[in-house]
Design a binder for this molecule. Structure first.
Ligand code: NAD
Length: 321
């Protein structure tokens, strides 16, 4: 293992906690910086058992200080679901701007490799399909979702500026829709919403006509991609996602079938600027990281549904901002 002490901002969240598990299992020490605005202590239960996890309750927009050596900084701290970033618009922009600046500065001071968790949302409502990294995107800069899309675009620009001007060892992964155990049932993303509704026998709410497409990557595949990116010498951006494209209606039907639910599927209003299509071109990750998703959507959904059946979740108390 090349990296022995890793800082993960947003480490108590869905993706961050799976990354904590991975690096601890690989023998590293992990420092998790999180303000718990959308993360949970329960997500870190298995990580805490290792004895090599340190958790600091910190808002990275205020600063990132970690004593001792650090050889990698993975920057994931940001509200990530539409429900979260629309209810915390200013905190989202601060996490992407000041938070990214402080995380980069930490990597700079420690001489660490830096990985930014960016997003397919940087492509906005794409006019090129599937989306390669060379596509510059189609984002509405003043719409409600811009707080997230533009803060991630700014994070990418800031990361490249530090790379170019300070010689910082940086990487950018553009993560496409990822799902799995530990997603919050009330975070508003399609998979936890559909599973929670199906298991409760409530109507499954599909936005619009459900013909818009999404591609779904299982969390273990995503973690493997981030790890490969960390160990590479690529600066990025590199798309990480599953190129298997499904309509939202197909996803709802699949969840209903796999849960054995008889919930009706109902159609509700589509959010403003909801992308029509979303599918990664993963040629670069295939070629340069030798990475491709291994879990089928069905296998990932089975694991996720089993986890939702076994795990009760209390609602999160969210700060506003
Ligand atoms: P999540 O909400 O579960 O995790 C985000 C974590 O960041 C939470 O633990 C939250 O408490 C923490 N956080 C937020 N603002 C913070 C701040 N200012 N200071 C410290 N901690 C803060 O979301 P996730 O799905 O695990 O997403 C993690 C990262 O991956 C995000 O940056 C997100 O934009 C990116 N991403 C995720 C997906 C996906 O499909 N899950 C897709 C694209 C990009």
């Amino acid at each position: 293992m090349k990296f022995t002490r890793i800082v993960i901002t947003g480490g108590a969240g869905f993706l961050g906690s799976h990354l904590c598990d991975y690096f601890l299992a690989a023998g590293a020490e992990v420092v998790c910086l999180d303000n718990f605005s959308s993360g949970r202590k329960e997500n870190l239960k298995s990580s805490a058992a290792s004895g090599r996890l340190t958790v600091e309750v910190t808002d990275v927009a205020d600063g990132c200080d970690v004593p001792g050596p650090v050889d990698a900084v993975l920057h994931l701290a940001s509200p990530a679901s539409p429900t979260d970033y629309l209810s915390m618009p200013l905190a989202t922009m601060k996490a992407g701007s000041s938070g990214t600046f402080h995380a980069l500065d930490l990597a700079h001071r420690k001489g660490a490799r830096f990985v930014l968790a960016s997003t397919s949302e940087t492509y906005g409502n794409p006019q090129v399909h599937p989306q390669p990294e060379t596509y510059w995107g189609n984002v509405n800069p003043v719409g409600p979702r811009s707080v997230y899309d533009e803060s991630k675009r700014f994070s990418e620009a800031l990361t490249m500026a530090c790379h170019r001007s300070q010689g910082l060892d940086t990487a950018i992964v553009r993560i496409f829709n990822t799902f799995g155990p530990r997603m919050r049932k009330d975070d508003g993303r399609a998979i936890p919403t559909f599973i929670t509704q199906a298991l409760a026998g409530k109507p499954i709410t599909v936005a619009g006509s459900g013909t818009q497409s999404r591609s779904l990557c299982y969390v273990h595949d995503l973690v493997a991609g981030v790890v490969r990116m960390l160990h590479s010498n690529l600066a990025g951006p590199v798309n990480l996602g599953n190129p298997e494209e499904l309509t939202v209606l197909q996803i709802a039907e699949l969840v209903r079938e796999l849960t054995g639910s008889s919930s009706p599927i109902v159609f509700v209003d589509r959010p403003t600027d909801d992308p029509d299509v979303r599918c990664p071109d993963t040629t670069l990750a295939n070629r340069r990281l030798d990475w491709a998703p291994r879990f089928s959507v069905i296998d990932g959904l089975k694991q996720t549904i089993a986890w939702f059946r076994e795990n009760e979740q209390a609602p999160l108390e969210q700060p506003s901002g």
